[in-house]
Write a protein that binds this ligand. Structure first.
Ligand code: PLP
Length: 396
């Protein structure tokens, strides 16, 4: 029997704050009632603050991030359109697979798992695309499989400098609401996320930021779509009423989650994630281990993918954590299976939680055969967490 607190250190779903959980315990209500829009219109307005868009629209689809990938593609592109994508982790790989399945002509830049989005290579390809054949460029802002954050602004610059008109699609599933994301400033046309990570909710809602340019593209786009059609959702955004039965308890949870996020302040949320991640990274360095991310400039503040030493199987680390310590770490995905375990450090999280993640990881790594000095990672993280917040962030 598992006793005590469940330790959930996966990069989503994340821990749901008690106040958010309570906010979802509501009697079912009439989603056609005259005052229903009071709830939904407020959500749409506040989501725009999190996405940092004034000119775009943020839609909510029952579903998850993957559904929004599909909505973004099918509403704005035409069958056979050429699109540019990079593959450098499980989620960028799956998005590219989806694009192929939906009938796009996908030009893929294959990179090591641990690399960031190849802004320079994209710039070269876009610069050579003199006839504007490429209709969209896709970026995975935070590759959750490898713990890599890419520079979206650089990709925007690559588009601008080659005077290219392609739409910019961004997967922000494990970044939006947790780390710096600026839809308008970076000229993002389609920004995908879901409820179960930075928004601290159960899975079940996909959120999709749509720029005015993407909305205009949707008017002529010929890919088949029905449930995910923007036309219906644009009406929901305008009226507050959905074309089908929406998941109302999740909306109440989202209301409470957005209140918490806006009260804390987006910049403070980003700084907290940076500080907590710095502690985890200090611990990994103290263990003498590496992250999957190729370079410190790519380190993600929401998830760390930790390479286990030669001779250790990361699956053992994860299994021991679950069986013995009621603790979940993220698995290594695809080719990283067995090679990394991931600590998700996003959402409703504090120093104490990160310290228990690190200390449990030490127990599990040792049990799986790694040479670990107990307490070394914990002490290294404490060094960061003991410092006043502003200094700790600067140092990392
Ligand atoms: N993209 C990224 C970066 C993710 O981390 C995930 C899920 O973990 C997805 C897409 C898929 O999202 P969902 O599971 O919400 O469909």
């Amino acid at each position: 029997m598992k006793t005590g607190t469940q330790h959930l250190y996966i990069p989503g779903p994340t821990n749901v704050p008690e106040a958010v959980r309570q906010a979802m315990i509501v009697p079912m209500q009439d989603h056609r009632a005259p005052d229903f829009g009071d709830l939904t219109l407020g959500l749409f307005a506040d989501l725009k603050k999190v996405f940092k868009t004034e000119t775009g629209t943020v839609m909510m689809f029952p579903g998850s991030g993957t559904g929004c990938w599909e909505a973004a593609i099918t509403n704005t592109l035409n069958p056979g359109d050429k699109v540019l994508m990079a593959r450098h982790g499980q989620f960028s790989l799956l998005w590219a697979d989806m694009a192929v399945k939906l009938g796009l002509d996908v030009e893929i830049v294959d990179l090591a798992w641990g690399a960031g989005a190849p802004a320079n290579e994209f710039a070269r390809i876009l610069g050579n695309d003199r006839h504007g054949k490429i209709k969209a460029v896709f970026v995975t802002h935070n590759e959750t499989a490898t713990g890599v954050t890419s520079d979206v602004a650089l990709v925007r610059r690559a588009l601008d400098e080659s005077f290219h008109d392609a739409l910019l699609f961004v997967d922000g599933v494990s970044s939006i609401g947790s780390i710096d994301f600026r839809m308008d400033e970076w000229g993002v046309d389609l920004a995908v996320t879901g409820s179960q990570k930075g928004f601290m909710l159960p899975a079940g809602l996909g959120m999709l930021g749509v720029s005015a340019k993407a909305m205009a593209a949707a008017e002529g786009a010929k890919m088949r779509r029905a449930y995910f059609d923007f036309t219906d959702m644009a009406r929901a955004n305008a009226t507050g009423y959905f074309p089908y039965t929406p998941p109302v308890p999740l909306f109440h949870g989202l209301r409470r989650a957005l209140d918490r996020m806006l009260d804390e302040g987006m910049e403070n949320i980003f700084a907290r994630h940076r500080r907590l991640a710095s502690g985890v990274r200090n611990a990994v360095a103290a263990w003498g281990m590496d992250l999957a991310a190729e370079h410190p400039s790519l380190y993600s503040d929401t998830v760390s993918a930790i390479r286990v030493p030669q001779g250790v199987d990361a699956r053992d680390v994860i299994r021991i954590a679950y069986d013995r310590y009621n603790c979940s770490f993220g698995a290594g995905l695809g080719p990283l299976n067995g090679k990394v375990f991931r600590i998700g450090h996003l959402g409703d999280l504090n120093e104490g939680m990160c310290l228990s993640a690190i200390s449990l990881a030490e127990l599990c790594l040792a049990a799986a055969g790694a040479q670990i000095r107990f307490g070394s990672g914990v002490a290294a993280a404490q060094e960061i967490y003991a410092e006043p917040a502003a200094r700790a962030v600067q140092r990392s």
